[in-house]
Design a protein around this ligand. Structure first.
Ligand code: ZN
Length: 135
């Protein structure tokens, strides 16, 4: 597999609007997109830092993945996303190498990316996402 760059870093926050204010007013970044991803029960906000994005994630339901994460661990870094080519070939390759996949097939994430998550049990404790922008 060929990772080209870190596409984004996902950060779980309790309150999206408050977090956006922090990133804009204190860090001087500009939020360029807010999007709800219904099947993940999240609202997301994006900031561009070089070619890497910061993706803030607020749960829209307490039982969503981000709601559960915050309940267990509190706010903080949730996942790191690597950009790859040919994600549909990368997933079976990873699985053949003994990596536990959360998503066996790519699905649609925010910004129309094809995404899939790798289980932190097989990645030394980091929830990893691999993603690809399909034109
Ligand atoms: Zn992500």
């Amino acid at each position: 597999m060929n990772i080209s760059h870190i596409e984004h870093i996902g950060i779980a926050v309790l309150n999206l609007n408050e977090a956006i204010s922090f990133y804009e007013e204190k860090l001087g970044l500009k939020c360029y997109c807010i999007e709800e991803v219904k099947d993940q029960k999240v609202k997301t906000a994006f900031f561009l830092v070089g070619q890497t994005k910061i993706e803030l994630l607020e749960s829209t339901e307490p039982d969503g993945p981000i709601g559960k994460f915050i309940e267990k661990k509190g706010q903080g870094i949730h996942h790191i996303a690597f950009a790859v080519n040919m994600i549909e070939n990368v997933l079976p390759e990873l699985e053949n190498n003994g990596i536990q996949l959360i998503d066996k097939l790519p699905r649609k994430g925010a910004e129309g990316l094809d995404i899939a998550f790798l289980h932190p049990k097989s990645t030394h404790g980091v929830l990893m996402e691999i993603c690809e922008e399909k034109k």
